[in-house]
Design a protein around this ligand. Sequence first.
Ligand code: CXF
Ligand code: ZN
Length: 370
Amino acid sequence: MSLQYRAAVLHAAQTPLSIETVTAAALKPTDVLVRIRAAGLCHTDLEVIEGSLRYPMPIVLGHEAAGIVEQVGPAARGVKAGDHVVLSWNPHCGHCFYCDRDTPILCEEYLGKGPKAVPFDGEVRTTLADGRNVQQLMFLGSFGEYCIVSDQQAIPVPKEMPFDRACLIGCGVMTGVGAALNLGAIAHGDSVMVIGCGAVGLAAVQGARLAGAGAIIAVDLDPAKLVLAAKMGATSGIDARTGDAIAAAKRETGGRGVDVVIESAGSASAFRATTEAVRPGGQVIWLGKIDVNNDVSFRWGSLMQEKRIRRVSYGNTRPRRDFPLLARAYLDGELLLDELITCRIALEGINDGFAALKRGEAIRSVITFD
Ligand code: CXF
Ligand code: ZN
Protein backbone atom coordinates (compact mmCIF):
# COMPACT_ATOMS: atom_id res chain seq x y z
CA MET A 1 0.00 0.00 0.00
CA SER A 2 1.58 3.28 -1.06
CA LEU A 3 2.07 6.21 1.29
CA GLN A 4 -0.53 8.95 1.26
CA TYR A 5 -0.10 12.27 2.99
CA ARG A 6 -1.49 15.80 3.19
CA ALA A 7 0.26 18.56 1.27
CA ALA A 8 -0.45 22.12 0.15
CA VAL A 9 -0.86 22.07 -3.62
CA LEU A 10 -0.63 25.07 -5.96
CA HIS A 11 -2.71 24.54 -9.12
CA ALA A 12 -2.32 27.97 -10.69
CA ALA A 13 -0.50 31.22 -9.92
CA GLN A 14 -2.48 33.74 -7.91
CA THR A 15 -4.81 31.12 -6.46
CA PRO A 16 -4.76 29.81 -2.88
CA LEU A 17 -2.88 26.63 -2.05
CA SER A 18 -5.21 23.73 -1.35
CA ILE A 19 -4.59 21.01 1.19
CA GLU A 20 -4.93 17.69 -0.57
CA THR A 21 -3.99 14.06 -0.25
CA VAL A 22 -0.93 13.18 -2.26
CA THR A 23 0.29 9.67 -3.04
CA ALA A 24 4.01 8.93 -3.00
CA ALA A 25 5.66 6.41 -5.33
CA ALA A 26 7.86 3.61 -4.02
CA LEU A 27 11.38 4.82 -3.24
CA LYS A 28 14.00 4.60 -6.00
CA PRO A 29 17.44 3.30 -4.98
CA THR A 30 18.94 6.62 -3.80
CA ASP A 31 15.69 8.18 -2.57
CA VAL A 32 15.04 9.21 0.99
CA LEU A 33 11.58 9.54 2.51
CA VAL A 34 11.50 12.35 5.05
CA ARG A 35 8.70 12.98 7.50
CA ILE A 36 8.61 16.77 7.53
CA ARG A 37 8.47 18.28 11.03
CA ALA A 38 8.90 21.96 10.16
CA ALA A 39 8.92 24.05 6.98
CA GLY A 40 9.58 27.77 6.59
CA LEU A 41 7.69 30.08 4.24
CA CYS A 42 10.28 31.77 2.01
CA HIS A 43 9.89 34.62 -0.47
CA THR A 44 10.76 32.31 -3.34
CA ASP A 45 7.62 30.24 -2.65
CA LEU A 46 5.67 33.49 -2.69
CA GLU A 47 7.16 34.40 -6.07
CA VAL A 48 5.81 31.13 -7.47
CA ILE A 49 2.39 31.74 -5.93
CA GLU A 50 2.30 35.23 -7.38
CA GLY A 51 3.49 34.05 -10.77
CA SER A 52 6.69 36.07 -11.09
CA LEU A 53 8.65 32.82 -10.87
CA ARG A 54 7.11 30.28 -13.20
CA TYR A 55 7.01 26.56 -12.47
CA PRO A 56 4.93 23.75 -13.94
CA MET A 57 1.72 23.05 -12.02
CA PRO A 58 0.28 21.44 -10.03
CA ILE A 59 3.18 21.71 -7.63
CA VAL A 60 3.93 21.32 -3.93
CA LEU A 61 6.06 24.30 -2.87
CA GLY A 62 8.34 24.53 0.15
CA HIS A 63 12.12 24.28 0.10
CA GLU A 64 13.23 25.21 3.65
CA ALA A 65 12.55 22.22 5.85
CA ALA A 66 13.67 19.79 8.52
CA GLY A 67 12.37 16.38 9.45
CA ILE A 68 13.05 12.77 10.34
CA VAL A 69 14.18 10.17 7.84
CA GLU A 70 11.48 7.53 7.68
CA GLN A 71 12.97 5.24 5.07
CA VAL A 72 15.90 5.15 2.63
CA GLY A 73 16.35 3.42 -0.74
CA PRO A 74 18.87 0.54 -0.87
CA ALA A 75 21.60 2.67 -2.47
CA ALA A 76 21.14 5.85 -0.40
CA ARG A 77 24.38 7.09 1.12
CA GLY A 78 25.21 9.39 4.03
CA VAL A 79 21.83 9.17 5.73
CA LYS A 80 19.78 6.50 7.48
CA ALA A 81 16.31 5.95 8.91
CA GLY A 82 15.82 7.88 12.14
CA ASP A 83 18.29 10.65 11.26
CA HIS A 84 17.16 14.21 11.85
CA VAL A 85 17.83 16.11 8.67
CA VAL A 86 17.80 19.58 7.16
CA LEU A 87 16.96 19.53 3.46
CA SER A 88 19.06 21.10 0.72
CA TRP A 89 17.51 22.46 -2.48
CA ASN A 90 20.65 22.06 -4.54
CA PRO A 91 21.16 18.44 -5.60
CA HIS A 92 23.83 18.30 -8.29
CA CYS A 93 25.28 15.70 -10.63
CA GLY A 94 28.92 16.10 -9.53
CA HIS A 95 30.44 15.67 -12.99
CA CYS A 96 29.17 18.38 -15.37
CA PHE A 97 31.11 21.46 -16.52
CA TYR A 98 30.00 23.52 -13.50
CA CYS A 99 30.29 20.80 -10.87
CA ASP A 100 33.84 20.24 -12.12
CA ARG A 101 34.48 23.93 -11.57
CA ASP A 102 33.27 23.82 -8.00
CA THR A 103 29.95 25.57 -8.60
CA PRO A 104 27.22 22.97 -7.85
CA ILE A 105 24.66 25.78 -7.78
CA LEU A 106 25.17 26.04 -11.56
CA CYS A 107 25.07 22.24 -12.13
CA GLU A 108 23.70 21.60 -15.61
CA GLU A 109 21.36 18.86 -14.42
CA TYR A 110 20.11 20.97 -11.53
CA LEU A 111 19.50 24.10 -13.61
CA GLY A 112 18.23 22.15 -16.59
CA LYS A 113 15.66 20.15 -14.64
CA GLY A 114 14.90 22.20 -11.51
CA PRO A 115 12.94 25.00 -13.21
CA LYS A 116 10.96 22.38 -15.14
CA ALA A 117 10.38 20.47 -11.89
CA VAL A 118 11.71 17.31 -13.52
CA PRO A 119 13.60 14.95 -11.18
CA PHE A 120 17.16 14.03 -12.27
CA ASP A 121 15.95 10.59 -13.43
CA GLY A 122 12.80 12.05 -15.02
CA GLU A 123 10.46 10.01 -12.77
CA VAL A 124 7.83 12.04 -10.94
CA ARG A 125 7.44 10.77 -7.35
CA THR A 126 4.02 12.08 -6.38
CA THR A 127 0.46 12.06 -7.71
CA LEU A 128 -2.81 13.76 -6.80
CA ALA A 129 -6.04 11.92 -5.94
CA ASP A 130 -7.14 12.11 -9.61
CA GLY A 131 -3.92 10.37 -10.69
CA ARG A 132 -2.24 13.45 -12.17
CA ASN A 133 1.43 14.02 -11.43
CA VAL A 134 2.20 16.73 -8.90
CA GLN A 135 5.62 18.41 -9.06
CA GLN A 136 8.03 19.12 -6.22
CA LEU A 137 9.61 22.59 -6.05
CA MET A 138 13.38 22.31 -6.54
CA PHE A 139 13.35 18.53 -5.95
CA LEU A 140 11.72 19.13 -2.53
CA GLY A 141 8.14 20.27 -1.99
CA SER A 142 8.20 20.41 1.78
CA PHE A 143 4.75 21.88 2.44
CA GLY A 144 3.45 18.44 3.21
CA GLU A 145 3.69 15.75 5.85
CA TYR A 146 6.29 13.86 3.83
CA CYS A 147 8.69 14.51 1.02
CA ILE A 148 10.80 12.21 -1.16
CA VAL A 149 14.26 13.66 -1.81
CA SER A 150 17.60 12.33 -3.05
CA ASP A 151 20.17 11.19 -0.49
CA GLN A 152 22.28 14.25 -1.38
CA GLN A 153 19.56 16.56 -0.13
CA ALA A 154 19.01 15.07 3.33
CA ILE A 155 21.71 16.35 5.66
CA PRO A 156 21.87 14.89 9.17
CA VAL A 157 22.11 17.42 12.01
CA PRO A 158 22.37 16.84 15.79
CA LYS A 159 19.18 15.45 17.31
CA GLU A 160 19.09 18.17 20.00
CA MET A 161 18.40 20.70 17.24
CA PRO A 162 14.71 21.77 17.39
CA PHE A 163 13.04 21.21 14.00
CA ASP A 164 11.37 24.63 13.73
CA ARG A 165 14.74 26.34 14.00
CA ALA A 166 16.64 23.67 12.06
CA CYS A 167 14.47 24.21 8.99
CA LEU A 168 15.65 27.81 8.66
CA ILE A 169 19.17 26.56 7.97
CA GLY A 170 17.91 24.96 4.76
CA CYS A 171 17.43 28.25 2.89
CA GLY A 172 17.32 31.73 4.44
CA VAL A 173 19.92 31.31 7.16
CA MET A 174 22.36 29.41 4.96
CA THR A 175 21.99 32.05 2.26
CA GLY A 176 22.76 34.95 4.59
CA VAL A 177 25.39 33.40 6.85
CA GLY A 178 27.05 31.72 3.87
CA ALA A 179 27.28 35.02 1.98
CA ALA A 180 29.24 36.49 4.86
CA LEU A 181 31.32 33.46 5.86
CA ASN A 182 31.81 31.50 2.64
CA LEU A 183 31.92 34.29 0.10
CA GLY A 184 32.60 37.68 1.68
CA ALA A 185 36.20 37.44 2.80
CA ILE A 186 35.39 39.50 5.90
CA ALA A 187 38.52 40.19 7.93
CA HIS A 188 38.57 40.97 11.65
CA GLY A 189 37.49 44.55 12.20
CA ASP A 190 36.09 45.02 8.69
CA SER A 191 33.12 47.31 8.20
CA VAL A 192 30.03 45.63 6.77
CA MET A 193 26.69 47.05 5.67
CA VAL A 194 23.65 44.78 5.30
CA ILE A 195 20.78 46.27 3.31
CA GLY A 196 17.44 44.53 4.00
CA CYS A 197 16.90 42.80 7.34
CA GLY A 198 14.50 39.96 6.59
CA ALA A 199 15.54 36.40 7.42
CA VAL A 200 18.42 36.42 4.93
CA GLY A 201 19.71 39.85 5.97
CA LEU A 202 19.50 39.06 9.68
CA ALA A 203 21.48 35.90 8.97
CA ALA A 204 24.03 37.97 7.04
CA VAL A 205 24.36 40.31 10.02
CA GLN A 206 25.12 37.26 12.15
CA GLY A 207 27.58 35.93 9.59
CA ALA A 208 29.39 39.28 9.70
CA ARG A 209 29.49 39.12 13.50
CA LEU A 210 30.79 35.54 13.43
CA ALA A 211 33.49 36.62 10.95
CA GLY A 212 34.67 39.26 13.44
CA ALA A 213 33.48 42.36 11.60
CA GLY A 214 33.95 45.68 13.42
CA ALA A 215 31.14 48.01 12.37
CA ILE A 216 28.00 46.23 11.12
CA ILE A 217 25.49 48.73 9.75
CA ALA A 218 21.99 47.35 9.23
CA VAL A 219 19.58 49.09 6.86
CA ASP A 220 15.84 48.50 6.61
CA LEU A 221 12.56 50.32 6.09
CA ASP A 222 11.09 48.76 9.23
CA PRO A 223 12.40 49.94 12.63
CA ALA A 224 11.33 46.63 14.24
CA LYS A 225 13.71 44.78 11.93
CA LEU A 226 16.53 47.13 12.93
CA VAL A 227 15.88 46.25 16.58
CA LEU A 228 16.25 42.57 15.68
CA ALA A 229 19.37 43.34 13.66
CA ALA A 230 20.92 44.99 16.71
CA LYS A 231 20.23 41.82 18.73
CA MET A 232 21.98 39.79 16.05
CA GLY A 233 25.12 41.89 16.04
CA ALA A 234 24.49 45.12 14.12
CA THR A 235 26.40 47.99 15.71
CA SER A 236 24.18 50.65 14.13
CA GLY A 237 20.93 50.82 12.17
CA ILE A 238 19.65 53.07 9.42
CA ASP A 239 15.94 53.51 8.86
CA ALA A 240 15.95 53.83 5.08
CA ARG A 241 12.66 55.79 5.11
CA THR A 242 14.34 58.71 6.85
CA GLY A 243 18.08 58.00 6.87
CA ASP A 244 20.72 57.83 4.16
CA ALA A 245 22.53 54.49 4.01
CA ILE A 246 25.25 55.74 1.68
CA ALA A 247 26.02 58.72 3.90
CA ALA A 248 26.15 56.39 6.92
CA ALA A 249 28.60 54.06 5.15
CA LYS A 250 30.88 57.01 4.45
CA ARG A 251 30.45 58.56 7.89
CA GLU A 252 31.55 55.39 9.68
CA THR A 253 34.62 54.91 7.51
CA GLY A 254 36.27 58.31 7.30
CA GLY A 255 34.58 58.93 3.94
CA ARG A 256 35.89 55.77 2.21
CA GLY A 257 32.83 53.51 2.18
CA VAL A 258 32.46 50.14 3.89
CA ASP A 259 34.62 47.09 3.16
CA VAL A 260 31.69 44.80 2.37
CA VAL A 261 28.05 45.49 1.43
CA ILE A 262 25.57 42.62 1.50
CA GLU A 263 22.26 43.28 -0.22
CA SER A 264 19.25 41.25 0.86
CA ALA A 265 16.38 43.64 0.15
CA GLY A 266 15.54 42.75 -3.43
CA SER A 267 14.90 46.23 -4.82
CA ALA A 268 16.52 48.33 -7.51
CA SER A 269 17.27 51.13 -5.08
CA ALA A 270 18.99 48.69 -2.71
CA PHE A 271 21.15 47.31 -5.54
CA ARG A 272 22.09 50.85 -6.50
CA ALA A 273 22.97 51.76 -2.92
CA THR A 274 25.39 48.82 -2.63
CA THR A 275 27.90 50.09 -5.18
CA GLU A 276 27.74 53.61 -3.77
CA ALA A 277 28.24 52.52 -0.15
CA VAL A 278 31.22 50.21 -0.72
CA ARG A 279 34.78 51.50 -0.67
CA PRO A 280 37.12 51.30 -3.67
CA GLY A 281 38.33 47.70 -3.87
CA GLY A 282 35.58 46.56 -1.52
CA GLN A 283 33.12 43.71 -2.00
CA VAL A 284 29.48 43.89 -2.97
CA ILE A 285 27.37 40.77 -2.53
CA TRP A 286 23.89 40.66 -4.01
CA LEU A 287 21.45 38.16 -2.53
CA GLY A 288 18.07 39.75 -3.28
CA LYS A 289 15.98 39.23 -6.40
CA ILE A 290 13.72 41.31 -8.58
CA ASP A 291 11.79 40.25 -11.66
CA VAL A 292 14.37 38.87 -14.11
CA ASN A 293 12.99 41.00 -16.93
CA ASN A 294 13.47 44.29 -15.07
CA ASP A 295 16.41 46.64 -15.62
CA VAL A 296 18.47 48.18 -12.83
CA SER A 297 20.56 51.24 -13.61
CA PHE A 298 23.77 52.29 -11.88
CA ARG A 299 25.82 55.44 -11.84
CA TRP A 300 28.77 54.22 -13.85
CA GLY A 301 31.29 55.82 -11.52
CA SER A 302 29.94 53.72 -8.65
CA LEU A 303 31.06 50.56 -10.44
CA MET A 304 34.65 51.73 -10.94
CA GLN A 305 37.71 51.47 -8.71
CA GLU A 306 38.30 47.75 -8.49
CA LYS A 307 35.05 46.94 -6.72
CA ARG A 308 34.26 43.24 -6.58
CA ILE A 309 30.59 42.61 -7.27
CA ARG A 310 29.18 39.11 -6.80
CA ARG A 311 25.77 37.54 -7.00
CA VAL A 312 25.23 34.42 -4.90
CA SER A 313 22.09 32.39 -4.22
CA TYR A 314 22.80 29.75 -1.58
CA GLY A 315 25.72 31.21 0.32
CA ASN A 316 28.22 29.12 -1.66
CA THR A 317 27.12 26.30 0.57
CA ARG A 318 28.38 22.77 0.85
CA PRO A 319 25.39 21.50 2.82
CA ARG A 320 27.13 18.47 4.32
CA ARG A 321 29.84 20.72 5.72
CA ASP A 322 27.74 23.79 6.55
CA PHE A 323 24.36 22.59 7.87
CA PRO A 324 25.82 20.69 10.84
CA LEU A 325 28.14 23.63 11.55
CA LEU A 326 25.24 26.07 11.67
CA ALA A 327 23.21 23.70 13.84
CA ARG A 328 26.17 23.46 16.22
CA ALA A 329 26.53 27.25 16.24
CA TYR A 330 22.85 27.51 17.25
CA LEU A 331 23.23 24.90 19.99
CA ASP A 332 26.32 26.72 21.31
CA GLY A 333 24.40 30.00 21.45
CA GLU A 334 26.46 31.67 18.71
CA LEU A 335 23.80 31.73 16.00
CA LEU A 336 20.40 33.16 16.96
CA LEU A 337 17.45 31.49 15.27
CA ASP A 338 14.57 31.73 17.77
CA GLU A 339 14.20 35.45 16.99
CA LEU A 340 13.73 34.77 13.27
CA ILE A 341 10.47 32.89 13.83
CA THR A 342 7.56 35.32 13.81
CA CYS A 343 4.95 32.61 14.19
CA ARG A 344 4.36 28.88 14.05
CA ILE A 345 1.38 27.78 12.02
CA ALA A 346 -0.42 24.61 10.96
CA LEU A 347 -0.39 23.45 7.33
CA GLU A 348 -3.99 24.71 7.08
CA GLY A 349 -2.81 28.25 7.89
CA ILE A 350 -0.42 28.40 4.95
CA ASN A 351 -2.37 30.91 2.83
CA ASP A 352 -2.63 33.32 5.76
CA GLY A 353 1.09 32.80 6.37
CA PHE A 354 1.92 33.87 2.83
CA ALA A 355 -0.40 36.86 3.09
CA ALA A 356 1.54 38.01 6.18
CA LEU A 357 4.85 37.47 4.38
CA LYS A 358 3.61 39.57 1.48
CA ARG A 359 2.60 42.38 3.84
CA GLY A 360 6.15 42.32 5.20
CA GLU A 361 4.88 41.38 8.65
CA ALA A 362 6.76 38.14 9.10
CA ILE A 363 10.45 37.37 9.23
CA ARG A 364 9.63 33.67 9.06
CA SER A 365 6.37 31.84 9.56
CA VAL A 366 7.13 28.20 10.14
CA ILE A 367 4.70 25.35 9.56
CA THR A 368 5.04 22.75 12.28
CA PHE A 369 3.69 19.22 11.91
CA ASP A 370 2.85 17.44 15.17
C1 CXF B 1 15.32 29.24 -4.36
C2 CXF B 1 15.62 29.26 -5.77
C3 CXF B 1 14.67 28.49 -6.61
C4 CXF B 1 14.09 27.29 -6.01
C5 CXF B 1 14.06 27.12 -4.56
C6 CXF B 1 14.99 27.95 -3.77
N1 CXF B 1 16.11 30.07 -3.60
C7 CXF B 1 15.82 30.66 -2.45
O1 CXF B 1 14.80 30.86 -1.92
ZN1 ZN C 1 14.18 30.15 0.00
